[in-house]
Write a protein that binds this ligand. Structure first.
Ligand SMILES: [Zn+2]
Length: 172
């Protein structure tokens, strides 16, 4: 398990002078530290989690967003029990993303397993920018997509203002 703090700190939860300096300088946050300690503890018993890299942790309205190293998400999805134990350790919903993905890829991940059909930029008369996402329309989908939560996560992560629309069905 790799984290923003050193191995010693992640294992003990006490900060060495080097990592304290990073925390004071704002290079890492208290949440980064707490998350590193939690995940490192899990990694001792979980080989899948042990292979992960934590890049950064963020909080969005009580939920946790973990930004991971590239390729980490694929490994995790093959091991849903590891995702479960991460959620359990944090005691809240944990969003898992890779840190270096594009906005488009992030949108696909945030709506997963719902497929994103199109993404467009919309400029408003006041000069602000909206990201318009179109999702397929099928019965019951609206309930599966928690629009407010997703909007908040995207705003926290990338400063994106998102508008969600559903594909309009045309008669065959
Ligand atoms: Zn340290």
């Amino acid at each position: 398990m790799r984290t923003p703090i050193c191995n010693f700190c992640a294992k003990t939860g006490a900060l060495c002078p080097e990592d304290s300096k990073k925390l004071k300088a704002g290079q890492i946050s208290q949440l980064d530290v707490e998350s590193s300690v939690k995940l490192t503890k899990l990694a001792e018993k979980d080989k899948v989690i042990d292979k992960l890299t934590l890049v950064k942790a963020l909080r969005s309205n009580g939920e946790i967003i973990l930004l991971l190293g590239s390729g980490n998400l694929k490994t995790l999805r093959m091991n849903p029990q590891s995702i479960e134990s991460i959620n359990r350790a944090f005691g809240t919903k944990v969003w898992l993303f890779e840190a270096d993905i594009s906005d488009r890829k992030l949108l696909e991940e945030v709506f997963y397993p719902v497929r994103v059909l199109t993404v467009n930029m919309v400029w408003l008369p006041d000069g602000s920018k909206l990201t318009k996402v179109v999702l397929p329309s099928f019965k019951g989908l609206e309930g599966k997509v928690d629009e407010n939560v997703i909007k908040r996560v995207l705003k926290t992560l990338r400063g994106l203002d998102v508008m969600i629309e559903y594909e309009r069905r045309t008669a065959p």
